[in-house]
Design a protein around this ligand. Structure first.
Ligand SMILES: [Zn+2]
Length: 677
């Protein structure tokens, strides 16, 4: 479980930061936004996680679960239908008789027992792969007494102690040296198929949500001063976050090297993108998290991982529990099922997490997951080698609300899209017809547009391409007046679009499309708009730049849509996307907006898959089974010889109209895959 379970999302492209800690709905990633070249990758043949269908089950054992019967545990994993099992191995507590100093077997492990070793043997006997879980972020008092310099220091000099465990520091020699000794023993002794690291890096808060502040240990101070010429700040800022992210990357590089040297076929898995073979993320809940819920959590996490690092595996964990204090009580079953279907639809394996051994006190988490795992087992061939075929890219820039607003419009409009947190996609910019920067577009996009790219940018920060003289940044609770509907056919029922918040004041246009009406009197009704002023401040600028085109909405339409779901905001975004797409949409449909569709290629099989995830069961804080939906028509602007609905087990008749091929899915339950050949 991640340290930022309760945290909010932070912007990726923070000014001047080469690396920032990105916190997404409870999942922390270290994303490199500056790196130009990918680290060397091994050949696909080595990587079981890229060539085999994976059904991933994780259980987090407490130390007093060390008495679990390994045969029964693995039998339960097999019965559940998982073929990859992630279980506690070492770090805070070792589930094997480790001989490395300052590394402690569970005191509950019966004498002579090797729980982890027995599980590996049992699991491999059943062809189940085993991932060993380590947590190096904390350890026990005797280690602190012997090596206080390995540990996190608060500003007052005190260590961070939680339930008797002392927090280590990513820059101390527990992480940087001793951990490699611990891991070398583990890798030499056990035929693990991978290692997973929880809490990789210095958490900013403990499990109870109490902030730790920046680490002031000697190792951090020395490294920080060498980098910035000043001491570690009292509170975390962008520089400190960049420093921490780099620190985690450095340790990740050393651990990756060790794993790949000692056990070349083992995967390195954690929540960061750099040096790992698989990127972990979580779809989770927390009782203190601000509403609204984010029903696209799994879609979002997997898109980010694979869109940013397409050569890796994305393991998005459906966390069964409600929040840390309730490890053994689970979220609604349809919520778990929805997360798992979203994983499948975006190219990730089904992955479920429970706490404690099997069977569970609350059976609902695994009961919800089992039908999805069974489906996956019956249709494994659908899920290996999927690549997102979308030709629209949404950048994970700006703040969370702006991004999610665009994410929702694209999903509700059924426009296939990919997400990236970095700029590796620019190595082959032609893969996308349109790039959308919800807010704070990175400056490199200027080159992308100049070379012929199409860009939709929104928000009250200056765009990366010239759109006219900018007079400043202002704020209002007003409207945009619509002047030109030829560009905006969706807005035929209104002359006004509402605006709440900041906008960038750009010089007037000769042919305005939207112009600002700033705040005017709104009460009492007798006085409304008595003082209204119509300005020439544009709310939309369409511009050519080099060989490319840009549409700039100089206000934060994304976060407005995220919060209010205004129809004109959705229509405006959809119309601009249609205007910018040179060959129109890849896919059009009459599907309900809460049916999520993805278009995934399977290059090795020469086919495309359209996944449909039925999200109609979500309402406010509730998840119910989705409503059945009939007669979903899909039009594709490509050749289609055969369209087969896998869940219905039937071929769909194809009609031809010019270059468009159409077919109709007669019935959608929770999930469907249409295989296009
Ligand atoms: Zn430190």
């Amino acid at each position: 479980m991640m340290q930022s379970h309760r945290s909010s999302w932070r912007p990726l492209w923070a000014a001047g930061a080469a690396l920032v800690l990105l916190i997404v709905a409870g999942a922390v990633r270290v994303a490199s936004s500056e790196r130009q070249t990918a680290p060397p990758t091994r050949s696909t043949g080595d990587r079981w996680w890229k060539r085999e269908p994976i059904r991933f089950l994780q259980t987090n054992l407490s130390e007093n679960d060390s008495t679990a019967d390994p045969k029964a545990l693995v039998a339960a994993v097999a019965d559940f239908g998982a073929n990859t099992f992630l279980m506690n191995m070492g770090g805070i507590v070792a589930q094997y008789p480790t001989k490395v100093p300052f590394h402690y077997p569970s005191t509950f492990l019966p004498p002579g027992r090797d729980l982890f070793g027995d599980v590996v043997r049992e699991a491999h006997g059943r062809k189940i792969r085993v991932i060993g879980r380590f947590d190096l972020s904390k350890t026990q008092r005797p280690v602190f007494d012997a090596h206080p310099e390995w540990f996190f220091r608060r500003a007052n000099g005190e260590p961070v102690i939680y339930n008797g465990l002392y927090s280590t520091c990513i820059n101390g020699n527990y992480y940087r040296e001793h951990a490699l000794t611990i891991l070398a023993e583990a890798l030499e002794r056990y035929e693990v198929d991978g290692l997973f690291f929880n809490m990789f890096g210095n958490p900013s808060a403990d499990y109870s949500g109490v902030p730790t502040g920046p680490c002031q240990c000697q190792a951090c101070q020395t490294r920080y001063r060498a980098r910035y010429g000043r001491p570690v700040p009292a509170t975390a800022d962008a520089d400190y976050r960049a420093f921490m992210a780099d620190s985690s990357r450095e340790v990740a590089a050393a651990i990756a090297e060790l794993i790949h040297r000692k056990r070349p076929n083992a995967a390195f898995l954690t929540y960061i993108q750099d040096h790992t073979d698989g990127i972990m993320s979580e779809s989770n809940t927390a009782v203190g998290r601000a509403l609204p819920m984010w029903p696209y959590s799994a879609s979002d996490n997997v898109r980010r991982s694979l869109g940013s690092e397409p050569d890796k595996v994305a393991i998005n964990l459906a966390m069964s529990f409600i929040d840390f204090p309730w490890r053994y009580a689970h979220v609604p079953q349809p919520e778990t099922a929805l997360r798992l279907y979203q994983n499948l639809a975006h190219g990730a394996p089904p992955a479920a997490v429970v706490s404690g051994p099997l069977p569970q006190a609350d059976r609902s988490g695994l009961l919800a997951a089992k039908p999805v795992f069974d489906w996956h087992a019956r249709h494994e061939e659908l899920y290996v080698g999927q690549k997102n075929a979308a030709r629209v890219l949404l950048l994970a820039t700006g703040d969370m609300a702006s991004y999610r607003g665009f994410f929702r419009v694209l999903t509700e409009e059924h426009i296939p899209f990919e997400v990236s947190e970095n700029r590796r996609w620019m190595e082959d910019g032609s893969r996308f017809d349109l790039v959308i920067a919800p807010e704070a577009a990175p400056p490199e996009l200027e080159r992308y547009v100049r070379d012929g790219g199409r860009l939709l940018v929104a928000g009250a920060t200056p765009p990366p391409v010239p759109v006219g003289t900018i007079a400043g940044r202002k704020s209002t609770q007003g409207y945009w007046r619509i002047h030109d509907r030829t560009v905006l056919p969706s807005l035929k029922n209104t002359d006004l679009i509402f605006l709440d918040g900041e906008y960038l004041e750009i010089a007037p246009l000769a042919r305005p499309i939207l112009t600002l009406i700033p705040t005017a009197m709104f009460g009492p009704p007798e006085k409304v708009w008595s003082d209204k002023v119509e300005t020439t401040v544009p709310g939309l600028v369409l511009a050519n730049h080099g060989k490319g085109q840009v549409a700039c909405l100089p206000w934060d339409i994304g976060s407005l849509y995220y919060r209010h779901s205004s129809e004109p905001h959705r229509g405006l975004i959809a119309d601009l996307i249609d205007r910018l797409l040179p060959a129109g949409r890849q896919l059009t449909t009459n599907a309900h907006p809460l049916v999520e569709m993805t278009m995934m290629d399977q290059p090795d099989r020469g086919r495309t898959q359209i996944h449909l995830v039925n999200g109609t069961g979500h309402h406010d804080t509730a998840y119910f089974p989705p409503l059945e939906i009939r007669d979903i028509r899909i039009d594709l602007a490509r050749d289609v010889r055969r369209a087969r609905a896998v869940a219905l087990n039937q071929d769909l008749p194809i009609t031809v109209n010019g270059r468009v091929r159409s077919f109709t899915l007669p019935l959608l339950h929770a999930y469907e895959v249409i295989v296009i050949e």
